[in-house]
Design a protein around this ligand. Sequence first.
Ligand code: AMP
Length: 270
Amino acid sequence: MSRMRHSTKPLPKDDEYLHVHQMPYFLEALQDRLRTEKPDDPLEFVDRFVKSVPKPKLVIKGPPASGKGTQCEKLVRHLGVVHISTGDLLRTEVKNGTSVGKQVAAFMKDGSLVPDELVIAIVKKRLSEPDARQHGWLLDGFPRTAVQARMMRDEGIVPQAVMKLEVSREEVVSRIAGRRVDPATNKVYHATHRPPPPGVKVIQRPDDTAEAIVKRYDTYMQNANEVLKEYSCPIYAIEGGTEDVAAAQILSKYQKLRWTKLLNSKRSKL
Ligand code: AMP
């Protein structure tokens, strides 16, 4: 896997296409398998190999304002996955005034967790939609409790890896004051470090107050270890740094897992 590229710096256009679609990793993994297994009918082997490529199934975890939103955008661009954020799904329910929205609004406003059954029902529905089945998924903000993690596993929703962003409480509190969101797209900006483009109207989320953020951070920390104990897949700790450094770390760890472990393993049958 010597030719793997983990930087997120721009590439020449044609190379960018290949990279975005992970072709260098794929081709290298395919050649490794051909070299090792020397099948009698290589084209037939290639056909089976292509069909065996697993769709990405990832969970991203991190305290509020840990940069999850930005990392998710990058992962969507690089892996083509469907980003499923329970916070966004719940906010949409509230905005549309649905019966779920009415049940969850008060919990969300003060930074408490919404009851497990409501969140699980929403996630299951979203994961069953065709785009998530076809392109794979990136779960963001779920599971948040051990109950949610167990229910997820019991439903056969099993990630290949968990990416855990690590950011201190002080850093989270200082970032949140400037956080702004475009309610139309759910894109996250920062008043000074990442201002929205001209013409984009942004708001401050009602739960981005100092009191609510401290509560959300503490709730996250209390639940995080319990949730992580429920996983048997690899859990990768991603330590801060700039957005690009964190993104490169996440992609590098996932690509390595996906193309070496998931595809090259001698035990994996095509
Ligand atoms: P987030 O956008 O991920 O910070 O989520 C905003 C709010 O939505 C949280 O403070 C909770 O009230 C609620 N929420 C989001 N995901 C979950 C979840 N998995 N379980 C319970 N409540 C959630």
